[in-house]
Design a protein around this ligand. Structure first.
Ligand code: GLC
Length: 560
């Protein structure tokens, strides 16, 4: 398997099988004690990250922002939020990461800016039809006086996707006027990607961070940039893609690929070329792999494993599918179980099998009380799933705190919630704060060593998961991640695998080309160790196994 990127640089393919650790900066480590994590906090923890054994960090947005959507509402794409540090702090962090052999990926948010971006402010003070408005999606409303939104599109976070403005210029100054599109919160106006200045400005942003030494980019809502805004706007009362064939007015349109081909040209100005990964929540079809072509971003997230139950057949067929997809695109596959948008996987796996997304939301709304989660089981499965995944060819994206075995904080007090979902659904959907609670570093320290009083309260049980409690403790989740990432480097192999188990088996077993084997027992009861497995070759286990068996919901790694 090869890539067509125009580089013979020895590091050109570093991303293909990287372990990437996602940092949600506000919640990672707070160096200045203001209760919000910051970039100096990341720099201060570089030793921890290096000891963990990851290859790269991906930082969620740290740009100036009113935090209407946790920083995914960007005021200025080429600066650092003063609460999180300065550009000098950014440079110091990159230098520290590189000195530790850790690469740096930053988040780009191209679908929308914040409503405090200078372009949007100019759009609001300019008249309908002005060049300032043309960089966003301003439309006249429907109805006799334009009092109805231009279409029936909903926002991802609840409510409608259009907000009406009071005109500040032009003949109707002082009156209600046009509407602007925001597929997310009101504070996140969508850009018009047909506008050449929008395209050019994002090239400038990519170069700005690339020149500062970042190694790659994670591209937010990559499938949403190209939209069919021709009139009359088409009806789409549900945002989920029903038929993903390029005819949707908002998502995964063919034109989007031209934009990313342009990005690739910019990313290839560097040697080694900068890496990029698309966040594109599109279903599994050959359409998804287009984002990951070497002529585009290079990689695309797939959220298939993240959305799957802990089940042998599902895990195996998803792995097969995604590896085929990656091979067909020239990319390497990505794997992810948790991120800042979803319920942490040890909690998901602790809920009854068959729970749907609606069930998970209902559980959160019940403060995690009903149904009662089986936490030991959830963590046991999460550990087994993680070792299953870390053995697969491709890149593993890990979310801060999963190495501590953190569960979702499902009972955050309502008064502390900040996710726009909570407000825009009028408190019907709780949202994503429960996976964003600041990390516990030291069990005995104030705020568990995070820094100042955290912007989301930490529950008392976080102390049991603190990094210092697990450090050096055999069998702790932190030590399992450290050993796994260490073995993963030592055992890493060519990008393929061979299945050694039958498709329907509850013990799934695969072998990498160099002989590294991974074996997961998905059943809740122990399984016999296959006769050809030499127990002396077991170098890692996600849980305890009695002699001659693989424990329930347990993964083993066998060295060649
Ligand atoms: C992506 C981000 C999410 C954000 C949304 C809007 O899905 O991961 O956190 O709310 O885009 O930018």
């Amino acid at each position: 398997m090869s890539t067509d990127i125009p580089s013979t640089h020895p590091d050109a393919n570093w991303w293909r099988q990287a372990a990437v650790y996602q940092i949600y900066p506000r919640s990672f480590s707070d160096a200045n004690g203001d209760g919000m994590g910051d970039l100096p906090g990341v720099t201060a923890r570089m030793g921890y990250l290096s000891e963990l054994g990851i290859d790269a960090i991906w930082l969620s947005p740290f740009y100036p922002s009113a935090l209407a959507d946790g920083g995914y509402d960007v005021d200025d794409y080429r600066n650092v939020d003063p609460r999180l540090g300065s550009l000098d702090d950014f440079d110091a962090m990159v230098a520290a990461a590189h000195a530790a052999g850790i690469r740096v990926i930053v988040d780009v948010v191209p679908n929308h800016s914040s409503n405090r971006h200078e372009w949007f402010k100019a759009a609001l003070t300019s008249a309908p039809g002005s060049p300032e408005r043309a960089r966003y999606q301003f439309f006249d409303g429907l109805g006799a006086d334009g009092e109805l939104p231009p279409s029936d599109w909903p926002s991802h976070f609840g409510g409608g996707a259009w907000t009406r403005v009071v005109e500040q210029a032009g003949p109707n100054a002082g009156s209600l006027g046009q509407w602007y599109l925001h597929l997310f919160a009101t504070e996140q106006p969508d850009f018009n990607w047909d506008h050449p200045e929008v395209r050019e400005d994002f090239h400038t942003t990519l170069r700005f961070w690339a020149d500062r030494g970042v190694d790659g980019f994670r591209v937010d809502v990559a499938h949403g940039l190209a939209k069919d805004m021709s009139l009359p706007l088409r009806s789409k009362p549900e945002l989920e893609i029903l038929v993903d064939d390029g005819t949707d007015p908002l998502f995964d349109r063919d034109d989007v690929h031209e934009i990313f081909a342009g990005w690739r040209t910019v990313l290839n100005e560097y040697d080694p070329p900068k890496a990029a990964v698309a966040e594109a929540w599109v279903p599994f079809t050959e359409r998804r792999l287009k984002y990951a072509r070497p002529t585009e971003l290079g990689q695309a997230f797939n959220f298939d494993l993240l959305q799957a139950p802990f089940d042998a057949a599902e895990f195996r067929s998803i792995a097969e599918k995604c590896l085929d997809e990656a091979a067909a695109s020239g990319a390497s596959s990505t794997w992810v179980f948790s991120n800042h948008d979803v319920i942490r996987h040890p909690s998901r796996y602790a809920l009854p099998d068959g729970s749907t997304l609606a069930d998970l939301e209902a559980w959160l709304l019940a403060d995690g009380a009903t149904p009662v989660p089986d936490l030991p089981r959830g963590l046991r499965r999460a550990r087994a799933a993680t070792l299953f995944m870390l053995g697969l060819p491709g890149s593993a994206y890990l979310y801060q705190g999963e190495e501590l075995g953190l569960f979702e904080v499902a009972d955050l007090p309502a008064a502390s919630l900040q996710d726009p979902t909570w407000f825009r659904t009028l408190h019907k959907v709780k949202g994503r704060d429960g996976c964003r609670v600041p990390l516990p570093w030291s069990s005995g320290a104030a705020n568990f060593g995070f820094g100042g009083t955290p912007w989301l309260p930490q529950p008392a049980w976080f102390g049991e998961h603190a990094a210092d409690v697990q450090d050096g403790v055999a069998g702790s989740t932190l030590e399992m991640y450290r050993s796994a990432l260490d073995w993963r480097r030592k055992l890493q192999s060519a990008e393929s695998l061979e299945w050694l188990s039958e498709p329907g088996a509850s013990v799934v077993r695969y072998r990498r080309p160099n002989g590294w084997e991974v074996l997961t027992n998905f059943a809740a009861v122990p399984a016999a160790l296959p006769a050809d497995v030499d127990p002396a070759k077991v170098v890692l286990s996600s849980g305890a196994s009695a002699d001659g068996t693989v424990g329930p919901e347990t993964t083993l790694w066998l060295a060649p």
